[in-house]
Design a protein around this ligand. Structure first.
Ligand code: ADP
Length: 368
């Protein structure tokens, strides 16, 4: 029977509480002890019962449907350096933790992967410095780690959906519905900027779901020379057909094919200057992260939380750390390291303007 800790890390996402709920209850149901690590990796580095807290069945009562993450999340610089990870390792051993489930974005999961791969040398260092006993060393030789992707961006390779992405998408669509009414009344154009870092999933899906006139996403950029003509031609055609409102959705990471950032302000200026449209910019910002998770995220988080506990109980020292994903509506286990590697390669491909490679990689399961 293991002592299983759950942590939320990196940017918060609706559904993270449901992950914590599912992990805690499943762990206890399976006869294990459940712990919550507060404030992401910061809590692991600080340690002690205040940050690595045992969770009882009733401690997660009612949190499944709440937005954000009640156990806190943070960005932690010290965990990026080895001394921070040595301290985290010591604190985990002191708390008796031998399995860790991390819910976060690609950064958090890279950190998780690093902790697992370094674990043998971390515990050796602690033993050699007499910071842990021989008995603790033997008992904690193996750390089982499992990742669940909590991110509104839906930017992780090898999974079709990340916890929080559909909630953020629902919020964006609701906001555009509100904007639609005022745009239509005044015959205005709105440039709506959405989150997603270097991933255009939120902008693309919101574009489809709100029948936006035009979208800008990092994965399919036009040249600096062409984007203005392309957008204006389409918007002008819609207007000529009698449409009174114009919605253009811009991903925060939108770029041209020569990698220049396209800002919402630039898009607005083009609509004003070339089409003479009364145009406003709405940057949705953190509203996209807020509120309760939509039903899809509640279910995804619950099923993945259950699977994560099963996965850490199944792992032995030869099993690569799993990432719990979703593929064609099935909850699946994928190698965590592979998923992180492909995700990084997608970002690299975009940085070097190789957009076809980026799209192919995002759909792939393994790097050749
Ligand atoms: P996200 O998980 O949303 O991508 P970040 O990239 O900010 O968010 O990562 C969250 C935290 O994960 C960081 O503050 C850091 O503590 C840890 N982390 C990220 N990258 C690494 C890394 N390469 N090595 C160790 N820890 C990392």
């Amino acid at each position: 029977k293991r002592n299983i800790a759950v942590m939320t890390s990196g940017g918060d996402a609706p559904g993270m509480n449901a992950v914590v709920y599912a992990v805690v209850r499943t762990a206890i149901f399976k006869g294990c002890k459940a712990f919550a690590v507060k404030e992401g990796y910061e809590g692991l580095v600080r340690g002690g019962p205040q940050y690595i807290t045992e969770m009882e069945w009733q401690d997660v009562r009612g949190i499944l449907s709440e937005g954000g993450t009640n156990i806190g999340t943070a960005r932690c610089m010290s965990f990026r350096e080895r001394p921070g990870r040595v301290q985290a390792c010591k604190n985990m051993i002191d708390a008796g933790i031998d399995a860790l489930i991390v819910c976060g974005g690609d950064g958090s999961l890279t950190g998780a992967d690093k902790l697992r791969s370094e674990w043998p040398s971390l515990i050796k260092e602690l033993r050699d410095n007499n910071q842990i006993t021989e008995e603790q060393y033997i008992k904690h030789k193996q750390l089982n780690i499992c990742g669940i992707v909590g991110s509104i961006d839906n930017d992780m390779a090898t999974t079709d959906a990340t916890v929080g992405a559909y909630s953020a998408l629902a919020r964006i669509c609701k906001a555009v519905d509100y904007i639609d009414a005022t745009a239509n009344s005044h015959s205005r154009a709105f440039v709506v900027e959405v989150m997603g870092r270097n991933c255009g999933w939120l902008a693309l899906m919101a574009g489809i779901a709100t029948s936006a006139d035009y979208i800008f996403i990092p994965e399919k950029p036009s040249s600096s020379k062409d984007w203005q003509d392309q957008m204006c031609e389409i918007v002008a055609t819609h207007r000529a057909h009698g449409k009174r409102k114009t919605i253009v959705i811009v991903a925060e990471g939108a770029i041209t094919s020569d990698l220049k950032h396209i800002s919402s302000k630039e898009v607005k200026d083009v609509l004003v200057e070339r089409l003479n449209l009364d145009t406003r910019v709405t940057t949705l910002g953190h509203v996209q992260r807020g509120g309760t998770p939509v039903v899809f995220d509640r279910i995804l988080a619950s099923l993945q939380g259950v699977e994560a506990v099963k996965a850490v109980l199944d792992c032995d020292e030869n099993t690569p750390s799993p990432l719990i994903g979703l593929k064609e509506h099935k909850i699946v286990r994928r190698p965590l390291m592979e998923a992180v590697k492909i995700t990084k390669s997608v970002a690299d491909a975009i940085q070097t303007s190789d957009f076809e490679k980026a799209m192919a990689l995002r759909d792939s399961e393994f790097i050749e």
